[in-house]
Design a protein around this ligand. Structure first.
Ligand code: CP
Length: 308
């Protein structure tokens, strides 16, 4: 199945049919990965990974995915060695790189930059995160992890942490409602989910998520505990960060009242919001989640670049 748009900019742009097709294709890719079957479906295709902002998982898993599909990768990580340093605009950069590659994955600190870049070029652009706005491929791999670990049924999902600046939850919430999940938001008051997203969810799905301030209030209820770090780099005022730093964390004690089969997810990197003692509990699935990212990104690249 081809996606209706040439680009993947926001989770809210995707239809349920498209998401289902991506998840199905991700299962196929996961099988290839696990059986270590080499694929050549994107042989001759080039992916450009343009990371204006730091990344470990998104950039490397896209590069791994493209390589495992038989394609190749060019790109940069940080702008230090690029002509952006000489004052070149994002649009001019894009116009050049679209001649060097068949698709682009871009991460940029400016909200809306992915949509702007996509409008400038005719090859597919995948948003690898634009500021606090959106991170759609992370949401797809989060949903894929939920599907693999719990199945896509009416689950209770708690989105926890920095819901104001965290772009992964701004994307994931759309997919959770798309698949009929119950969502509760858990955050300090100063880091609540932006009202424009909650309003948009209500308009699309006729529901508003619940709200709690403490993790303790949702642990006995949750099937999925999705934890995020406080996005320190996005705070305009460091004093505001200090007021909430360390204000919530998951440790073994918190999990005493967890439901059987609950899964803890985290987009990573973590700082201190999940203690390492949780890693060896049956609840911790965040490293599996990161691994699933390769198969989801393989699926997306294959669907966008027509390898199939
Ligand atoms: N989850 C995620 O986006 O991780 P990176 O910032 O390492 O890419």
């Amino acid at each position: 199945m081809r996606l209706k748009s040439k680009d993947v900019i926001s989770a809210a742009d995707l239809t349920k049919k498209e998401v289902e097709a991506i998840l199905k294709e991700s299962d196929v890719m996961l099988d290839h990965l696990q059986k270590k079957k080499p694929l050549e479906v994107l042989k001759g295709k080039i992916l450009a990974t343009l990371f204006f902002e730091s990344s470990t998982r998104t950039r490397l898993s896209f590069e791994s995915a493209m390589t495992r599909l038989g394609g190749s990768v060019i790109g940069f990580s940080g702008t230090a060695g690029t002509s952006l340093k000489k004052g070149e605009t994002l649009q001019d950069t894009m116009r050049n790189i679209e001649k060097y590659a068949d698709a682009i994955v871009m991460r940029n600190p400016v909200e809306g930059s992915a949509r702007l870049a996509a409008r400038t070029i005719s090859i597919p652009l995948i948003n690898g995160g634009d500021g606090s706005n959106q991170h759609p491929t992370q949401a797809l791999l989060d949903l894929f992890t939920i599907k693999r670990e719990r199945g896509l049924k009416k689950l209770n999902v708690a989105l926890c942490g920095d819901l104001k600046y965290g772009r992964t939850v701004h994307s994931l919430i759309y997919l959770l409602y798309m698949f009929g999940m119950n969502v509760t938001l858990v955050s300090p008051r100063s880091l609540m989910m932006p009202e424009y997203i909650v309003d948009d969810i209500e308009e699309r799905y006729g529901k508003r998520p619940g709200f709690k301030e403490k993790l303790q209030d949702v642990v006995p209820w949750a099937d999925v505990l999705y934890v995020t770090r406080i996005q320190r780099e996005r705070f305009p005022d460091p004093n505001e960060y200090e007021k909430v730093a360390g204000s919530y964390f998951v440790d073994k004690r918190l999990l005493d009242k967890a439901r059987k089969g609950m899964v803890i997810l985290h987009p990573l990197p973590r700082v201190d919001e999940i203690k390492t003692e949780v890693d060896d509990t049956p609840y911790a699935k965040y490293f599996e989640q990161s691994f699933y990212g390769i198969s989801v990104r393989m699926a997306l690249l294959n669907m966008l670049l027509g390898g199939k």
